[in-house]
Design a protein around this ligand. Structure first.
Ligand code: NAI
Length: 251
């Protein structure tokens, strides 16, 4: 059995991925700030925006982890500091800690967003942030480079794509571990409504019109499962859109 760690397992995409991974025979350990209602093989309650809580959660994980799916996230309606800590700094911290438990052949999948697609416009900033490495160093850098709400959501999804792509080269060559992103378009989950206040009604309606409907979270989960599996063993450092083609309609 493969051991898969899933953050954000209590809702939406994370919950559907956890169910699918168990159906596929994995031993699934969830991490979330809420209590799960689904069955899992293990669960650790933790605030993934707090580095001490992350360290305590990692100490409770098995010594050997085959895959890590970083799915937990908060929308841009949350305070900018929380978005930075949960969607980026905490994700980075957890990943660095879990990597020490991952043998060659392991896989990490980070859930970004098609809203992160404009990363090339701020590449130098995102590279500088990626180079800060640790949680506190990143938080310190952000005090000098503040990002406002609600665009902080897009900003940290961009930063996540750049961090994943730059780190993936090192972890693949040095450790044989692959790291990729999955970039969903709009998905029917509890945070879908938050995108109206983040992006405005007009943009959300335009996107909805282009794609006819948002995705269901069980249409995103299998793509995460693929990138966690050996079937994708030569895929590393990509940001794979799962948006029904929405991003391509903007080209
Ligand atoms: P959701 O709100 O249904 O699930 C998020 C999960 O993360 C929840 O179980 C929540 O308890 C957990 N979580 C949030 N903050 C946490 C913290 N500080 N510590 C521990 N757990 C925490 O949201 P959804 O839609 O399933 O989102 C999953 C990921 O997909 C997020 O990273 C989100 O940004 C991304 N995404 C979602 C889209 C959508 O339209 N729903 C579109 C593109 C990306």
């Amino acid at each position: 059995h493969k051991t898969v760690v899933v953050t954000g397992c209590c809702s939406g995409i994370g919950s559907d991925f956890a169910k699918l991974a168990r159906l596929q025979g994995a031993r699934v350990i969830g991490i979330d700030r809420n209590e799960p209602t689904l069955s899992l093989d293990g669960f650790v309650k933790a605030d993934l925006g707090d580095p001490q809580a992350i360290d305590a959660a990692v100490a409770a994980l098995p010594a050997h982890v085959d895959a890590l799916a970083n799915i937990a996230g908060v929308p841009g309606t949350a305070p900018a500091d929380l978005v930075a800590r949960v969607n980026y700094l905490g994700l980075r911290h957890l990943t660095q800690r879990v990597l020490d438990r991952m043998p060659a052949g392991g896989a990490i999948v980070n859930v970004s967003s098609i809203l992160g697609a404009e990363w090339p416009q701020r590449l130098e900033l995102h590279r500088a942030l990626a180079q800060t490495g640790g949680f506190e160093a990143g938080a310190h850098w952000l005090r000098d480079h503040p990002v406002a709400q609600p665009t902080c959501y897009q900003y940290f999804k961009e930063a996540l794509i750049v961090w994943t792509s730059t780190q993936s080269q090192r972890v693949f060559l040095e450790r044989g571990v692959r790291m990729n992103c999955v970039a969903p378009g709009p998905v029917f989950t509890p945070i879908l409504g938050d995108f109206v206040s983040m992006l405005g009604q007009e943009r959300v309606e335009k996107d909805a019109h282009r794609m006819k409907r948002p995705a269901y979270s069980d249409e995103v989960a299998p793509v995460i499962a693929f990138l966690c599996s050996d079937a994708s063993r030569w895929v590393s450092g990509v940001n794979l859109p799962v948006d029904g083609g929405l991003a391509s309609t903007y080209v």
